[in-house]
Ligand binder design. Structure first.
Ligand code: PMP
Length: 451
């Protein structure tokens, strides 16, 4: 192996020891070693600049270099460097109140460090809630095929993506999967809303067949993200919320990707009028990725079942770093900027006028469907529109690689379903300039146009 001195940089020696960074698509490819970031862009060790069209892992909502966030973290670390939430501290108290305000009803929040943990926390809360409210047999969780809910074993068991699970199965007992509202390939056919409502009906059938007295909760992303940007009709979300209520199944809304402005609402579920989830999980955009933080917000009716009062009813769940003071201070500043700079409006407007130009690609033979909500966009790639056969891995890799050569990072739903990893994902920082968005659109158009 070459040493740092011989190479003049750390690329060659960094990769063999750094497991996370093993490249999935092309093991021969030179690793990208980032050294600095600036707005929606980052620069690598060789001095190449790239527009980050997927906001890291859809988390860098406000882009790099927000000095106010950096200052908030530094100030907090100076004043109170760490404190466990078995007691409390100001930033966590303020942030929990702010989350409740943004959710639009009274919620109590339990902090952790990531999206996976936020979901694990939700599962434990759901089981304990039912045990303490007279339904001790309600333990099962239902999620949708193609949904993604995290990497830890419980969250992975809710993640119904075959390729991500196959090496780690069997998952945790009690996790069931149901057909998603994926109108483009739905077995139901017909108009999207009609086929989505049939998918909702399957959820109710499943609850009935399993016995509603055994089902604790249903978890969903409002818009399936890592599973290929699948955008249901809002009637689907409303219908699912009704079904959950009818059967006393808690509705857990996974807002890890869709929260904090990404979709043109502060939370994705707000697109579906009248829907108020029992539990909302979040991470990523909560801090714009500046520090790790996860949050599980539960409606007060649920929290009430955990009021201890000497009954040993409290939630037996501790997180050493969850709700770290610096992470909470960062989240508060992040939310302040989102509100002050009207980021949600910006996403709505530029999502339409700029990113929305990618809809023109629907005329291309290899583009089966363009799906978009705000700054979350997926291009489902096919060999031809009639057969809808997914574009093969080599071609998908070529698209991603060519964009990178031109200075644009985009994603794909890799590792999802065997033979169906054919959705290109675009989710730039919400602060991307208009020029950034023009560059992104032109680059994707020219690469796909040249196929
Ligand atoms: N839920 C969703 C919808 C996600 O996309 C992710 C991560 N991509 C997670 C949960 C897990 O988050 P984390 O990687 O922070 O554990």
């Amino acid at each position: 192996m070459k040493t740092k001195t011989e190479m003049g940089n750390v690329v060659e020696q960094a990769v063999p020891q750094l497991w996370n960074a093993m490249h999935r698509y092309n093991p021969e490819a030179q690793q990208t070693v980032a050294v600095s970031g600036d707005g929606a862009w980052f620069t690598d060790e060789a001095g190449n600049r790239y527009l980050d069209g997927v906001s890291g892992l859809w988390c860098l909502n406000l882009g790099h270099g927000q000095q106010e966030i950096v200052d908030a973290a530094a100030e907090q670390m100076k004043n109170l460097s760490y404190f466990p939430l078995i007691m409390s501290h100001g930033p966590a108290i303020k942030l929990a109140a702010k989350i409740s305000e943004l959710l639009g009803e009274d919620y109590q929040t339990f902090f952790s460090n990531s999206g996976s943990e936020a979901n694990e926390t939700a599962f434990k809360i759901a089981r304990q809630y039912h045990k303490q409210t007279g339904n001790p047999e309600k333990f099962k969780f239902i999620s949708r095929y193609r949904g993604y809910h995290g990497s830890t074993l419980g969250a992975l068991s809710a993640t119904a993506q075959a390729n991500r699970r196959v090496k780690y199965d069997p998952g945790v007992p009690g996790f069931l999967h149901v057909y998603p509202p994926y109108s483009y390939r739905s077995i139901f056919g017909g108009e999207p809303e009609e086929s989505d409502l049939k998918a909702a009906q399957l959820l109710e059938e499943m609850i009935n067949w399993e016995g509603e007295e055994t089902v604790a909760a249903f978890i969903m992303e409002p818009f399936i993200s890592g599973g290929g940007v699948i955008i249901p009709s809002m009637k689907y979300i409303q219908r699912v919320a009704e079904i959950c209520k009818k059967h006393n199944v808690l509705l857990i809304m996974d807002e890890v990707v869709s929260g904090y402005g990404r979709t043109g609402e502060i939370f994705g579920f707000k697109h579906a009028e009248g829907v108020q989830p029992d539990i909302v999980t979040m991470a990523k955009g909560l801090t714009s990725g500046y520090l790790p933080l996860g949050a599980t917000a539960v409606k007060s009716e649920i929290y009430d079942a955990f009021k201890d009062a000497g009954k040993d009813n409290h939630f037996r769940h501790v997180s050493t770093y969850g709700g770290h003071p610096a992470a909470c201070a960062v989240a508060l500043k992040n939310i302040e900027i989102i509100e002050r700079d009207n980021i949600v409006d910006r996403v709505r407007k530029l999502g339409k006028s700029k990113l929305g130009e990618l809809h023109q690609l629907i005329d291309h033979e290899n583009v089966g469907e363009v799906r978009q909500v705000g700054f979350l966009l997926g291009l489902e790639m096919v060999t031809d529109k009639q057969s809808k056969v997914p574009l093969d891995d080599a071609k998908m890799g070529e698209i991603i690689g060519k964009c990178k050569e031109k200075g644009l990072i985009i994603g794909r739903n890799g590792d999802t379903v065997p033979g169906q990893n054919n959705v290109i994902i675009v989710a730039p920082p919400l602060t991307s300039t208009e020029d950034d968005l023009d560059f992104l659109v032109e680059t994707v158009q020219s690469v796909i146009g040249g196929l």
